[in-house]
Structures are given as C-alpha cells and as structure tokens.
Design a binder for this molecule. Structure first.
Ligand code: FE2
Length: 200
C-alpha cells in the first residue's frame, strides 16, 4: 500500500489572512505531495514499502546511504504534523495541562514564546522549530531540513515549518513576522494537548 497525501484538516482559505490559500495550495498540493511521490518511488519494491512512516524514519535517520528515503519520509511526517498544529482562530495562550506544563518548564508563556520564536528565527536556512517532550520537561529545539524529534528519540508536541516555502508568498523574507503570527493566530493547542498526553 503506497503512502498517500493526507488532506488538509481545514479548507485552504481557512487560515486567511494569516496564511493564504495560495500558500497552502503550493505547500500542501505541491511540496507535501512531492515528498509523498518521492518516498513511494524510493521504497517501491523494497521491504520499506510495507513499513509505517515512523518505522522508516527511525530506521533511516542514522544511515547515510538512506538519506533520500529519510528526507522524504520525514518531510511527509513533518508536514502532516504541521497542518495539525494550526487551526482557524488558534494561537494565543494555551490553557489546562499544556499551560501548566509550559509554565513549569519555561517559567511563563511569554518566556516559552520568546524561546520558540528565537529557535524558529535562528534556524539557519531550511528547517523546523519544535516544542518537544520527554524526561519530565518540555524543551524547544530546532532542526535543519527534514530532521525531526522522532528521529532523535523525542516526542513532538508542536512545530513551525520555517522553510521559505512555508511563508514566502505571504511574508517574503520576514520569517519573524510569520512565526509571530503562527503563535498569535494559528497554533492548535488542542493538538498540542493530545500530543502531551503521549509523553512519558
Ligand atoms: Fe514545508
């Protein structure tokens, strides 16, 4: 069974004016779709064709001879995760368990926001900013290209895609504005709460 491109969890214009339908059209229908197509071509007729995305990511993360498979598998996973990290009328401060975990780990929501923004803006070139769990505390990390927490033994709670294709049509070079808007208007804290429930 070949990997399939999951549909966006909302209509393409649902995140406007913060992320345009045009951006989601290119980002989901072209970029995300291409990773799915590439992955299927790369694993076709190999034992990996019957493995899960997570299994492939973990099996190839440290194998230089499988970097193409890792990059495409991880980018398929990362994008599906990223779409679910956003929702219309999202963003702002979380509540409940997520708010408590953020306060415990960072001191305050504002401190979390400052650190998350710094990671996203400070990622040189293409990559991802993450909030991850594990070991009793939440942490902020950034990764280059396709690398993700799954490949590093961490549980992803939230991510922001900081590849230029995520924001260039709407924000051009202004990555800090995109990240600020992501945090203020787009974050789906319900999804983060569901992920927090999986952290051991
Ligand atoms: Fe992307």
């Amino acid at each position: 069974m070949a990997f399939e491109l999951p549909p966006l969890p909302y209509p393409k214009n649902a995140l406007e004016p913060h992320t345009s339908a045009k951006t989601l059209e290119f980002h989901h229908d072209k970029h995300h779709a291409a990773y799915v197509t590439n992955l299927n071509n790369l694993v076709k007729d190999s034992p990996m064709a019957s493995q899960s995305l997570e299994e492939i990511i973990k099996a190839t993360a440290k194998d230089d001879s499988k970097v193409g498979i890792f990059n495409n598998a991880a980018q398929v996973w990362n994008h599906t995760f990223f779409w679910n990290c956003m929702k219309p009328n999202g963003g702002g401060q979380p509540s409940g368990d997520v708010a408590a975990a953020i306060t415990k780990s960072f001191g305050s929501y504002d401190k979390f926001k400052e650190e998350f923004k710094a990671a996203c803006v400070g990622q040189f070139g293409s990559g991802w900013g993450w909030l991850v769990g594990g070991g009793g505390a939440l942490k902020i990390t950034k990764t280059p290209n396709a690398v993700n927490p799954l490949s590093q033994g961490q549980t992803a709670l939230l991510t922001c895609d900081v590849w230029e294709h995520a924001y260039y049509l709407d924000y051009q070079n202004r990555r800090p504005d995109f990240v600020e808007t992501f945090l203020t208007h787009l974050v789906n804290w319900d999804f983060v709460a569901a992920n927090l429930g999986k952290v051991r």
